[in-house]
Design a protein. Structure first.
Lengths: 260, 351
């Protein structure tokens, strides 16, 4: 069953097409990773799906097109984690996660018992319950990343969009964050679209990679199919070595070109 | 509306609400008791009790003295409370929608617009308007303030291609400069009214009447009501326009409604009290330092504490330079600033 569908999605900024007709169909529980150099249009695809930029074409959830006018409906079905979330340092963890219930709370109404229950469950699930009362300013980078994912989970949306979820994290927290997303999609059937720069990690976790360049899709497939030295050199301008591990992991290592 | 289901630290907040309410009550009682003339201070609360139904106390206040208390002091105290609460809650709301702690309710041109409106009235024969049925001064100040903010909003949103609020703030700066320059030009040509305009700009509650209270009350009630209804959404805006949108909030609409409501209320109180500075910044921040930064708490507490603050500030304004009035804007800054610094210091070291 198709969980998320893009049909000829185009995004323009001041007449420049940042996304030139993006098409894709994702099945429920699939993890699609958008890769490509800076400015390739990865973030724009995510921002279009999150309703943050104007686009033409259509994006559909469970074969139902997202109505352009209903931000609430969209937020009930798509949770978006930006690359660098704005963290209000004096807000506490509970209140922050509770913001994820915003799409379900009527305009001038308040969170219900059910909303609080969902919030508590998410805190438990992500091991955040012990610092429920802590202000965000006291959390570390890894904890904050988990917290932002917690807020997205509180939205109870079937689709999760992650823009560079690991770019600000050390290698251990990168692994933790991605393992978390991976287990969530396996347990809850979350459909995930992420944009990532770390090609090795992208290939390890995603079911499918889509390589974008100047707003267009230029390659797609498994890590093995997309992460090839000639493709990477053509679109990233990088000379890289690609290792294939025994377990199927594809490792991309940039190569030093000056002599040692 | 503040039930335990909506507020994580409800008990803590109830404590602050009770304390602020009590403080406001004390402020208002003390406010009616002190003044340069009139009956002995301790007789006044007794007389108020006496005026309540089914209570008979001989307070020894003559009816002339009562008239002074009821027709001059009481409306002044009530107006101070209304103005203080309105400026504080508007300031808190502006800080919320612009996510900028330095913003006050005069940001988008309210002050300059009202100042220009008032200057026009003073310059064009203030003396001749004394027999008019409606005093044109508050009307001109109110219209000037509203027009200035509307111009700011139309210009700011027309030129701003993104959802960013920076364009709006810059448009406010431009409109403020424009209105101020026109005002300066008019004052240059009518130097005889400079003193009157200056005194108006510093703000005053001395001429408050029950008529003033009746004039502003509908606007203030409407505006405060709308702002309080938005207090949960102001918390959502704290994560930024993009994330608030992705969470299903129509950020532009919330910002528009909050700005309009805050402007309407601010313009109304500015029209009767002039430009009382500092309240709109200091009170919301004091509330944040005391009770936390969530707008669910900041907005209602700003209403209560803003009212109490201005009622207290008005007392020295009456008696300091007796028989002259000290402008209330001077008092708010003079007493407010050190208190604020004290809070800032103790709270930051406590953390």
């Amino acid at each position: 069953m198709t969980a998320l569908g893009f049909c000829d999605v185009r995004v323009s900024y001041d007449g420049n097409e940042a996304v030139q007709g993006f098409n894709d169909l994702l099945h429920s529980g699939e993890w699609l990773c958008l890769i490509g150099p800076n400015g390739a249009g990865k973030s724009s695809v995510l921002r279009a799906a999150a309703g943050l930029v104007q686009y033409t074409g259509s994006i559909a959830i469970d074969q139902r097109e997202i109505p352009a006018t209903s931000a609430r409906w969209r937020a009930q079905h798509i949770a978006y984690v930006p690359q660098s979330p704005l963290i209000p340092h004096d807000m506490n963890v509970r209140d922050y996660v509770l913001l994820g219930r915003n799409p379900y709370v009527r305009h001038f109404s308040w969170e219900t018992k059910h909303d609080r229950k969902v919030m508590s469950e998410v805190l438990e699930r992500l091991d955040l319950a012990s610092f429920a009362q802590r202000p965000l300013g006291t959390l570390s980078g890894g904890e904050l990343q988990r917290l932002v994912i917690a807020r997205a989970l509180a939205q109870e949306a079937p689709v999760l969009l992650l823009d560079e979820p690991t770019s600000a994290l050390d290698i251990g927290h990168q692994q933790q964050a991605l393992e978390l997303v991976d287990s969530l999609r396996r347990e809850q059937g979350l459909t995930v679209v992420s944009a990532m720069h770390d090609l090795t990690l992208a290939g390890m976790y995603a079911d499918r990679l889509v390589l974008m360049h100047q707003g267009a899709r230029v390659a797609e497939g498994s890590a093995k199919e997309v992460l090839q030295p000639n493709i990477l050199s053509e679109f990233y301008g990088v000379s890289a070595r690609v290792h294939h591990e025994e377990d199927g992991t594809v490792v991309v290592i940039p190569q030093r070109t000056t002599t040692r | 509306m503040m039930t335990s289901a909506t507020q994580p630290s409800a008990r803590h907040n109830r404590y602050w609400f009770a304390l602020s309410g009590l403080l406001l009550l004390v402020a208002m009682i003390v406010g009616t008791m002190i003044g340069p003339a009139g009956p002995a201070w301790w007789r006044i609360p007794l007389e108020f009790l006496n005026r309540l139904p089914f209570v008979r106390i001989d307070s020894g206040v003559s009816s002339a003295e009562w008239n002074l208390v009821w027709l001059i002091r009481t409306p002044r105290v009530v107006l101070a409370a209304i103005v203080g609460s309105m400026l504080s809650v508007s300031g808190a709301s502006y800080q919320g929608v612009f996510r900028n702690p330095l913003v006050d309710p005069y940001l988008l041109g309210v002050a300059a617009g009202a100042g220009l409106g008032a200057t026009l009235v003073f310059a064009f024969q203030r003396g001749a308007t004394e027999n008019w049925i409606i005093d044109p001064l508050p009307l001109a100040a109110f219209s000037g303030a509203l027009i200035a903010v509307l111009v700011t909003y139309v210009v700011g949103t027309a030129f701003g291609t993104t959802q960013s609020s920076t364009t709006l703030i810059l448009a406010g700066v431009a409109v403020t400069s424009l209105a101020t320059s026109i005002q300066a030009f008019i004052l240059q040509r009518n130097t005889d009214v400079v003193r009157q305009v200056y005194s108006w700009i510093l703000g005053r509650l001395s001429s408050a009447t029950w008529g003033d209270v009746r004039l502003v009350l509908p606007y203030v009630v409407l505006s405060t009501g709308v702002l309080l209804m938005h207090r949960r959404l102001l918390d959502v805006l704290r994560v930024g326009d993009d994330e608030a949108s992705a969470l299903g909030t129509n950020v532009r609409r919330v910002r528009l409604v909050v700005v309009l409501a805050a402007t309407l209320g601010t313009s109304a109180v500015v029209a009767v009290s002039g430009l009382i500075g500092f309240v709109g910044i200091i009170v919301p921040h004091a509330v944040r330092l005391l009770a936390g930064a969530s707008y669910r708490v900041v907005l209602p507490l700003s209403v209560l504490l803003g009212a109490a603050f201005l009622v207290f500030a008005d007392i020295p304004s009456r008696v300091l330079a007796n028989p002259a009035e000290t402008p209330i804007g001077v008092v708010t800054a003079f007493f407010g600033a050190p208190f604020f610094l004290y809070l800032l210091r103790t709270r930051n070291t406590a953390k």
